[in-house]
Design a protein around this ligand. Sequence first.
Ligand code: TYD
Length: 194
Amino acid sequence: MIVAIEGIDGAGKTTQARRLVRFLNSKGVSSRYTSEPTGSGLGKIIRAYLRRGGIDPYLLALLFAADRVNHLNKTVKPLLQRGYIVVCDRYLYSSYAYQGVMTGQPLWVREINRMAPAPDIAVLLDVTVEEALRRKEKRIRFEDPSFLDEVRREYLRLCEAGLMVKVDASGGCDEVFAELLRAVAPRLGLGLDP
Ligand code: TYD
């Protein structure tokens, strides 16, 4: 199973995804944390472009899709074959949301990502842009609040379309994790006890 944790920059994805992996492993459910953009050469190129800014949004969309192919082939699929639950800190719907907004071509973004299987469970850790910017101490890449708000709206549309489950991520870490578990545990056939 692929469990994707999504949200705008500053939503707390990394903390919650890592915590979910620890929880699952403690319950005897073998799981692994992984993330996109990846740590591969391609992921490094993407980060360098993001830092520099001004990259063509279509090129960026293709780079994210290419990094995803690599991630699937090198990391995700081998883990799935070994029976692991793969918890992805960002995955396919990051491209649907960010690149959909950046290119204004959501259908094209879906098309170039057709090789990526839909996640079995996708969670939107939802926070307002105001809250996300307040939390994020390091400079964030896509820091334009109106852009992030559009991305958030796109994520919320994916929730309305039934592709993702929305979790209110405005609370404290423990509170958000409890809500995350409520959203994913039944789908994984697990109880909620910590
Ligand atoms: P982020 O999760 O912040 O990675 P890290 O903290 O390891 O640098 O991702 C970097 C940025 O990439 C983030 O602003 C969202 C963006 N992104 C996309 O636009 N599309 C994608 O498909 C992915 C995976 C990320």
